[in-house]
Design a protein around this ligand. Structure first.
Ligand SMILES: [Zn+2]
Length: 388
């Protein structure tokens, strides 16, 4: 252990454990007035826990910063300013930023570790490299549990991967198929990478493989080339489009929904008639009362009952209405899908729009077969690669 990091002017016994006492206090902690060790700041530590919780629910960094700002929670700099620990006026208006949130979400200080040999300054040029620093565990009380911290690190990694991916392969299929292309065995997304290919026509081909294999050497490769993938998708569209168009011609796809809809429409018109009857009844009661045929008390009693019945009826009508709307939307979606197929029936070029309209999930199997699930429920196509 390298004790050279220990601040020699600090003679407190705690310094033996909390080596590097001279570094600044991270957000979420305070310095013990006597021992100078880090102790949990009750207010700020709750915010740290909240940030980790939000991240575990897959909120992105900007969204988390926005939430904190909208709730008026002071940013780390502003908190220091408010506590009189910082006195440059800019800190007074400093808001939460992506970077502040990201730094908190990757700092092992919150699981009780102290990393020495890296600069704790917030300068953006400083890069954190826990591998080259010296990590001291149990250096102070943790704010975040190890399991939550690990979960959040995985989420951070996946996001970094996604961003790297988009910038690296912006013009390839991968961005078009982002989120749809998955490993059939572990369910994790495939990652793409460029590799020099033997084909002269296409010297820098793009390939995909299971991210769990690519990053952690778990699962198995599920390696597939962009060329083959494109061919599989185009084949799938061509084959499925015929099936969808034929089914629609004979009303088989929208048949059941249409039947249901017309039954609901019948019920709806019965309810509407009943509603009119009840409204007329209320009007009659009012007339009879003004003509002196019935007493005010009798009218009130009956009309309360009638109104109650009408309210219940209206609630039923509302439910029916939303069921009918849902069915209409389903029918619309199927017809839209059929139209899209009609438009792309001849061997199409794989565009972003086409990928969005057509595909839900594309599962790549170990034997390079590909199961393509279309967005229209029930339609899927299995591509078996030609034997080499
Ligand atoms: Zn896998």
């Amino acid at each position: 252990m390298n004790l050279a990091y220990c601040n020699s002017t600090d003679s407190s016994p705690a310094c033996g454990i909390n080596i590097g006492c001279s570094t600044k206090v991270p957000y979420g902690y305070m310095r013990h007035p006597k021992t100078k060790a880090f102790m949990v700041d009750p207010d700020a530590s709750r915010i740290v826990a909240r940030i980790y919780a939000l991240r575990s629910e897959l909120y992105n960094l900007t969204a988390i910063a926005d939430i904190l700002n909208s709730e008026g929670i002071p940013s780390p700099s502003k908190l220091k300013y408010l506590r009189g620990e910082l006195n440059y006026s800019r800190a007074k208006t400093t808001l939460w930023s992506r970077k502040t949130v990201r730094d908190i979400l990757s700092d092992q200080v919150y699981i009780g570790n102290r990393v020495h040999g890296r600069d704790h300054s917030t300068s953006s040029k400083t890069t954190m490299n826990p591998e080259t620093g010296i990590v001291v565990s149990d250096a102070h009380p943790p704010i975040i549990e190890q399991s939550l911290f690990d979960q959040v690190q995985r989420i951070n990694e996946q996001e970094t991967m996604k961003i790297a991916h988009i910038s690296e392969h912006g013009r390839n299929n991968k961005t078009k198929l982002l989120g749809k292309l998955i490993c059939a065995d572990c369910g994790k997304p495939l990652v793409s990478f460029a590799r020099k290919s033997a084909k002269r026509k296409n010297p820098n081909s793009v390939f995909y493989e299971c991210s769990d294999y690519h990053n952690f050497k778990r699962c198995s490769t599920h390696y597939i080339g962009d060329d083959m993938l494109t061919e599989a998708l185009i084949d799938a569209i061509a084959a499925t489009s015929n099936a969808v168009l034929i089914a629609n011609r004979y009303g088989r796809d929208i048949g059941p929904q249409k039947k249901k809809l017309s039954a609901l429409e019948k019920t709806s018109s019965v309810l509407a008639q009943k509603h009119t009857q009840l409204s007329l009844q209320l009007r009659d009661l009012y007339e009879q009362m003004s003509n002196g045929k019935i007493t005010c008390a009798y009218r009130d009693e009956v009309s309360t009952a009638v109104k109650k019945e009408r309210d219940a009826l209206e609630a039923r009508q509302k439910r029916l209405e939303s069921q009918m709307n849902e069915l209409k939307q389903q029918i619309q979606a199927i017809l839209f899908f059929a139209d899209a197929f009609k438009a792309y029936q001849r061997r199409p070029v794989l565009t972003q729009e086409l990928a969005n309209v057509m595909f839900d999930k594309i599962e790549v199997h170990t034997d390079s077969s590909i199961v393509i699930r279309f967005r229209l429920a029930g339609y899927q196509y299995t591509y078996i690669p030609p034997k080499p």
